[in-house]
Design a binder for this molecule. Structure first.
Ligand code: IVH
Length: 687
């Protein structure tokens, strides 16, 4: 092996200094200086140099961040200065701040007229406490808190945390122990779990467990793969350094050494200012990028801290003023379901009442069957419930070591084969996470949505029947299904006139619009039914293909997939919809109430010079409106789609055409203007 030359030493030193500088900007200041590729180049050069000459590798080299060694166990570390805990103010109201200030003033023997005490206020991070020991500016040891006297040596793992400096900036004292919190940002936590899920690996329960679990990994490669962050908030043993006179001054000095110090901090005078800080942070809590469980107040002057001293293991000069916990444990009593406006069936946990996030929670969402399976929650389990900010409470997961016996897994479709609201069948598409009620026309939970869709312009086109009116009609029990609209008759006039904000004139107009809609087309009627996955274009295809409603009703999956653009998913939705007796009942009622259309022959293929061609419209045409152009295309057997893809045959573009035109050009799709389009209608398209 070659002995390293003095130049090699210099180069390694220069590379380390530069990489540390780049790390600080990237991890701590969140403002990268160079592109990742440039960083990688320097990093690889240093790695190669150290591999060739191991005598060049130092414990503070940035190459040590990647982890490697697997330890049999963590060695104990005795803290030179014990790691104290902090008194918690359980009173989450403003009085928590006043009580603390009153105690401090009493201990300091201050009279009522004396000036307010100055405090440093900061956040209480929800992670894992850590003590970092630097000797002559180099990180030599990282230890957990343990029992406060003795912790565990987790140096290898902590080195992998990018935000922890391996070497300090400026002239560092011979010994400097820095204390702070290792934590995981919420976005990092989510991203980590998404990846883990995709890879079929175990997910983390919450950011705090993520942080604590990573640092206590015996394999530092595992820790290196976890996205961890760090905030400094205090000191341990220090020698050879003249301390600043205040805690806020200490934090400023730590930031200058290169530590991340949370910007969300303040120097405040007296109790009312502390209470305001507590309230202001509470308002921001949900928007912070990481979890906190309170704020911390510390007497700012270090001399006063000394004077105040400790009781047992807690300093008298500091307090944690908490917020209501966002997570709590309770028992999952049962799983029920809720039916949404579109028929989505959502499993809901019934919980033993528990106080979490400031309110008593008895229900929490379980999202869907896949989530229940993934979390493996079972009825009877002790579960973690989370309510953060105003977000709907959710079940995070079970506490497995409290599970009694082996309760059966929950199977939504087995437990709820029919909709609890209307009794229609519940189905779940093969590739879908969500189970749905098939009684779209009939189900009270879906009534309002179904009526709005039924009346919409491209469906039955009942002008004036908007969401406010639908709310009123359904709430007053005047209308339950679309068929009821046509049954209102003369009585309807008096019923409508009784509704709020409904004059006689608008009641007449509405009844007239309902009357007019009786005479419709098969395509509009099919679209109006609100069958899942059946949009306007598919409804038209179905109407054209089958020609009559009865032929459509009789079609099985195989017959349906004969229709252009109807695949197995759409076919299954249609079959499920018409298999539901409740829906057939409403369709029968509609026909009995006089809703009608002209029926034609079944047409296997559409004649017309644009048969089968797919158009996309964009921009403003000189003379044609969008609807007119669309009607012309469809009259010739063509179709209009909303977005440009490889399947698009033509883009019809007017002025101010935007990204669709760009995309057409990128994909090489022919672009027509209105003139070209009219010409095409006359001459037809070349096959
Ligand atoms: S100071 C002498 N400041 O809270 C006081 N602790 O029981 C020593 N914590 O697990 C702690 N944020 O890790 C302090 N801004 C903060 C803190 C904080 C979170 C944690 C700490 C420990 C617990 C203290």
């Amino acid at each position: 092996m070659l002995i390293a030359s003095p130049q090699d030493f210099d180069r390694a030193r220069a590379l380390r200094a530069e990489i540390e500088r780049l790390d600080h900007h990237y991890y701590v200041l969140d403002a990268p200086l160079v592109p990742d590729a440039e960083y990688d180049r320097l990093f690889r050069e240093l790695q190669a140099l150290e591999a060739r000459h191991p005598e060049l590798a130092t414990p503070d080299s940035p190459t040590q961040r990647v982890g490697g060694k697997v330890l049999p166990a963590f060695a104990p570390v005795r803290h030179a200065v014990p790691m104290l805990s902090i008194r918690t103010e359980t009173d989450t109201e403003a009085s928590g701040a006043f009580n603390f200030d009153a105690r401090v003033r009493r201990e300091l023997k201050l009279a009522e007229g004396d000036p307010p005490v100055e405090y440093a206020a900061e956040l209480k991070f929800d992670g894992l406490a850590i003590s970092l020991r630097y000797e002559h500016g180099v990180l030599v040891q990282a230890a957990t808190r343990g029992d406060g006297e003795t912790g565990e040596d987790v140096t290898g793992n902590v080195r992998t945390v990018g935000q922890v400096p391996l070497r300090l900036f400026g002239s560092a004292p011979p010994v400097l122990e820095v204390r702070g919190e290792i934590y995981m940002k919420r976005a990092d936590f989510e991203r980590f779990n998404q990846r883990a899920l995709a890879a079929g690996e175990k997910t983390l329960v919450n950011p705090r467990n993520g942080a604590a679990g990573s640092i206590r990994q015996l394999d530092s490669k595992v820790a290196a793969s976890r996205p961890l962050s760090f905030f400094a908030y205090g000191l341990g043993e220090v020698s050879g350094w003249e301390l600043p006179t205040t805690h806020s001054g200490v934090l400023d000095a730590l930031a200058a050494f290169g530590f991340p110090v949370c910007a969300e901090r303040a120097v405040l005078q007296g109790a009312p200012a502390l209470a305001d800080f507590h309230a202001a942070i509470a308002a921001k809590r949900a928007a912070l990028p990481f979890d906190i469980d309170g704020v911390v107040y510390k007497v700012n002057a270090l001399a006063l801290q000394q004077q105040l001293g400790f009781v047992t293991r807690e300093p008298r000069w500091a307090v944690a003023h908490k917020y209501p916990a966002e997570e709590a444990l309770t028992t999952l009593l049962d799983i029920e379901v809720q039916v949404g406006r579109t028929g989505a069936i959502t499993p809901v946990a019934r919980l033993a009442p528990v106080f979490v996030g400031g309110v008593t929670v008895t229900n929490a969402t379980l999202h869907n069957q896949d989530e229940i399976d993934r979390k493996d929650v079972r009825i009877g389990d002790t579960v973690i419930v989370r309510r953060a900010g105003d977000v709907i409470p959710e079940v995070v997961g079970p506490v497995l070591d409290r599970r009694i016996g082996e309760p059966p897994r929950f199977d939504l479709l087995a437990r709820f084969p029919v909709c609890p609201v209307c009794g229609s069948h519940v189905v779940r598409g093969e590739d879908e996470a969500v189970a749905r009620c098939t009684g779209g026309l009939f189900c009270p939970a879906q009534r309002k949505q179904a009526l709005l869709h039924f009346a919409s312009r491209r469906a039955m086109d009942i002008e004036g029947l908007g969401d406010k009116l639908v709310d009123q009609l359904v709430d007053a029990a005047i209308v339950r299904t679309p068929a009821d609209l046509y049954k209102m008759g003369l009585l309807g006039m008096s019923m409508l006139a009784g509704l709020e904000r409904m004059g006689e004139k608008s009641a007449q107009n509405l009844l007239a619009a309902i009357e007019r809609s009786r005479n419709t087309t098969l395509a509009r009627f099919v679209y109006a039914l609100g069958i899942r996955n059946v949009g306007e274009a598919t409804a038209k295809d179905l109407a054209r293909h089958f020609g009559s409603l009865d032929r459509l009703l009789a079609a099985d999956e195989a017959a349906l997939t004969q229709v252009p653009d109807v695949g197995p998913i759409v076919a299954r939705s249609i079959v499920a919809f018409f298999a539901e007796a409740h829906n057939l009942q409403v369709i029968g009622d509609l026909r009995a109430a006089g809703v009608h259309w002209t029926e034609g022959e079944a047409q296997a293929t559409v004649a017309g010079c644009l048969a089968g061609k797919v158009f996309v419209l964009t921009g403003t045409l000189p003379t044609l409106s969008r609807d007119e152009a669309k009607a012309m295309i469809e009259a010739e057997g063509g179709k209009v789609s909303g977005s440009v893809s490889k399947k698009t045959d033509y883009v019809l573009a007017g002025s101010e055409a935007g990204s669709k035109l760009d995309k057409a050009q990128a994909l090489g799709v022919p672009v027509l203007d209105e003139e070209g389009f009219r010409e095409m209608l006359i001459k037809g398209v070349a096959p």
